[in-house]
Design a protein around this ligand. Structure first.
Ligand code: ACO
Ligand code: ZN
Length: 381
């Protein structure tokens, strides 16, 4: 006999229905009050139909549930362990790409990039150095090389001097090339994640030119939006070409474009460690060159900013890094200190590197001016 936990009288819709709550919290409906005898649901249901005593799981039910739970958990663990072979499509398989074969050299990759699954299964990914198409075998890459029609990036050549050329590629006109470029860059970039939405960007590709074509060396991307204060979104020199001054050349080029637009600009943050090292070095050198031959008298931060294309913040940052910003304790005003010997030593150190220099007179370029739609309607595809 079940012990009663309490009695409730519920009068739903004035039916005079009442029930009891048992110690195991099931509600047992007992009938209509005052009808001469307890009948479940006023006789609408039989006693068996109205019995709710089975709504809580019995010990046997709990045992079955426990077994099913354990089985499910063990299946999930073994699926996670073999996620590379997973064919469900729900779990992202880990990329196995550890190197790229590009322009006849193999480069170890630094990070993963979201290449389609079928291209992420091999250790080495093959990439055409001209059209940036990616392939998953040396044989396919060799076949592609025989028929690839490209010998330079698919855009306008806007700079050429000696063996260096820079091409401007529009993300809207050449989305495939630019997407492939972003995927390639992601292999060497930790944080930036621009992959498929390339339309709002222009890409500036630095190439080394020889009889075989224009070989990709590095690039930077830049937002088309006029109002953007960023003059570089992502910048990359391929690892095989790093520490040859190409990063410095690309940064210099980005500021050359900014000055041609009569603007000042700054790279998009956050900067990677290597990005920060390169920018710090650039800002220091460009300010040394200005302080050696000052653009105005008296020398001001605004004048330095206008002459270099650096934002005032970056000018201040660069001057501080050179210990060239001093504060008069009495007047509490700042002044720019010009240490000619230190400046000459810094410029001399850079000269001795023998890195290639940008020649502003070789730029053939007019800035893109977008309409109100921000370029969405104004460019032909
Ligand atoms: N270690 C120390 N200093 C360095 C390094 C380094 N690895 N790389 C560059 N520098 C500094 C040095 O001062 C160097 O001058 P030095 O050679 O006289 O010592 C100076 O920068 C110029 O170096 P470059 O040869 O011109 O630079 P590089 O061609 O190697 O390119 C870059 C630099 C683009 C940052 C390259 O390292 C790269 O592609 N890294 C991976 C991608 C990346 O991190 N990009 C920047 C992300 S931030 C952004 O996109 C806005
Ligand atoms: Zn190709």
């Amino acid at each position: 006999m079940r012990a009663l936990a309490g009695r409730v009288d519920v009068d739903t819709n004035n039916l005079g229905v009442s029930g009891i709550v048992t110690s195991d919290h099931t509600y047992v409906h007992v009938g209509v009050v005052g009808d001469g005898g307890p009948q479940p649901y006023g006789g609408l249901l039989s006693a068996t139909e109205a019995d709710t005593s089975k709504t809580l799981p019995a010990t046997y039910d709990r045992m079955l549930f426990g077994k099913a739970l354990l089985l499910g958990q063990s299946r999930r663990v073994s699926k996670d362990e073999s996620s590379d072979e997973s064919d469900s499509g729900r779990l992202e398989p880990a990329s196995r790409i550890r190197a790229v074969r590009f322009g006849g050299v193999e480069m170890a990759t630094w990070y993963t990039a979201p290449y389609p699954e079928e291209y992420s299964r091999q250790r080495v990914l093959h990439i055409c150095e001209f059209c940036l198409k990616f392939m998953n075998s040396a044989f396919v890459a060799w076949r592609h090389q025989l028929k690839c029609p490209y010998r330079h990036p698919p855009g306008d050549e806007i700079y050429r001097k000696g063996a260096l050329s820079v091409f401007e590629v529009d993300g809207r006109k050449n989305p495939m090339y630019c997407q492939n470029l972003c995927l390639l860059a992601k292999l060497f970039l930790g944080s930036k994640t621009l992959h498929y939405d390339v339309e709002p960007f222009l890409f500036y590709i630095l190439t080394e030119v020889d009889a075989a074509g224009c070989h990709f060396v590095g690039y930077f991307s830049k937002e088309k939006r006029n109002a953007s204060r960023y003059n570089v979104s992502c910048i990359l020199t391929l690892p095989v070409h790093q520490r040859k001054g190409y990063g410095h050349f690309l940064i210099d080029f980005s500021y050359l474009l900014t000055r041609a637009e009569n603007k000042t600009g700054t790279p998009e943050k956050p900067l990677s460690d290597l990005g920060l090292l390169s920018y710090r070095n650039y800002w220091k050198l460009v300010l040394c060159a200005q302080l050696q031959d000052p653009p105005s008298n008296p020398l001001t931060i605004d004048a330095l900013s206008a002459a270099t294309g650096l934002t005032s913040d970056d000018v201040v940052y660069g001057l501080e890094a050179m210990d060239a910003l001093v504060r008069d304790q009495r007047t509490r005003r700042y002044a720019i200190k010009v240490d000619r010997a230190a400046i000459a030593a810094e410029l001399d150190r850079w000269d001795r590197r023998g890195y290639v220099r940008l020649d502003p007179s070789c730029l053939v370029w007019t800035p893109l001016v977008l309409g109100r739609s921000g370029g969405i309607n104004s460019l032909s595809a």
